[in-house]
Design a protein around this ligand. Structure first.
Ligand SMILES: O=C(O)C(=O)C[C@]1(C(=O)O)C=C[C@@H](O)C=C1
Length: 357
């Protein structure tokens, strides 16, 4: 292609960029006015964001993929929302964790992220209103439930207002290119478990595996010592300037973590929602069946069922249940009313849009 031909297309791109920018600023102006109408009310509207992103995917005609188009609009909405009021999102730190990556995936880059020392601290930051929302891991496709997040939700005044699904890729990170220098590998216990087979096959048996509070902490430790390596993701590799000696070492190629977004608001229906509940049954035969039966009878589909010891009585259990639909849907309201009559304890943890990205 000649320089002249390139110029024709670059001039066209310059002209289009000017139009796109003018339109984006018009959009931002509307968002700013919406912010004024909302006044001191809640600015972040997860149901509306889900509708905007879903519509973008539907009307996209390419050549951009639906995913790429939705990601661009994710950032556009993030910048528009920041004009109404910038948001602060608490996550399990330090900087560079998958929780931070999930927070940015969901809220875009215009939101500020606030690293917390534990999932408990991240909940507390929002409960005390020093942050607006918390993004907390709740389940991993290989390792199962994140018990601490489930336990915290039982007593927290916060409600779930969104979910984020993140593909997790782990890498072996090290300061230099020489794998034989490695005497120990640091990572979060869940990540060590998710890469267990790879470690068995690819590192000598005497290389110690040490679990630490987070993958980012593991990367920080590896950046201080040539005999240490870490298992962590891209963000941690970048932050601590480490080399990827092996990429995508997770045993399960579809390794995915689901995170929940919690805040002080109740989300209205978006058209494609989920509701999360925690319920407990009296300790007698058939009690569990009695809990589930009203859901089935009212045609409510369950997408998750997880049990946890209740911590209040020996051999008593709490059941974490996700169902399709919004808590305000007629079928769900009827099922919930019946459940409240039979279960020892029922709490709606939140009703929220199904993840679009
Ligand atoms: O529709 C709104 O309520 C807006 O504030 C606008 C907008 C957007 O940019 O589209 C921005 C933030 C909200 O979370 C949802 C949507």
């Amino acid at each position: 292609m000649s320089e002249e031909q390139l110029k024709v297309h670059r001039d066209a791109i310059d002209a289009i960029d000017a139009q796109v920018l003018a339109l984006l600023n018009q959009r931002a102006q509307h968002a700013r006015t919406i912010g004024e109408i909302k006044g001191s009310g809640v600015v972040y509207r997860p149901e509306r964001e889900a509708q905007v992103l879903t519509r973008i995917r539907e009307i996209n005609q390419g050549p951009l993929s639906d995913e790429a188009a939705a990601k661009l609009f994710r950032e556009v909405m993030s910048a528009c929302l920041a004009l109404e009021r910038p948001l602060t999102i608490a996550f399990l730190g330090p900087e560079g964790t998958f929780s931070q990556a999930a927070a940015i995936k969901h809220f875009g880059h215009a939101a500020s992220t606030q690293a917390c020392a534990s999932i408990d601290d991240a909940f507390r930051a929002v409960e005390s209103r020093s942050a607006d929302y918390v993004v907390a891991p709740v389940e991993n496709s290989t390792e199962g439930a994140v018990g601490r997040t489930l336990d915290l939700m039982v007593n927290s005044p916060l409600s779930i207002c969104g979910e984020v699904v993140l593909r997790i890729h782990h890498h072996l990170l090290h300061q230099g290119p020489d794998r034989s220098a490695i005497k120990r590998v640091y990572s979060h216990a869940q990540s060590l478990a998710q890469c267990h087979e790879w470690l068995n096959k690819n590192l000598p048996a005497d290389v110690e595996r040490i679990s630490v509070a987070s993958n980012a902490e593991a990367a920080r430790l590896a950046s201080l010592d040539i005999t240490s390596a870490a298992i962590a993701g891209d963000a941690a590799a970048e932050k601590f300037g480490l080399l990827k000696l092996a990429e995508n070492i997770e045993d399960e190629p579809n390794n995915t973590t689901r995170f929940l977004v919690l805040g002080h608001q109740h989300t209205t229906a978006s058209g494609k929602d989920k509701t999360s509940l925690v319920i407990s049954a009296p300790n007698r035969p058939g009690a569990l069946h009695a809990l589930i039966e009203p859901l089935a009878r009212h045609g409510v589909s369950m997408t998750k069922f997880e049990s946890r010891p209740s911590r209040t009585g020996l051999w008593e259990y709490l059941f974490f249940v996700d169902v399709e639909g919004h808590a305000s849907d007629a079928r769900l309201t009827a099922a919930l009313d019946e459940l409240r009559g039979t279960a020892a304890f029922v709490k709606v943890l939140g009703a929220y849009p199904v993840a679009v990205l």
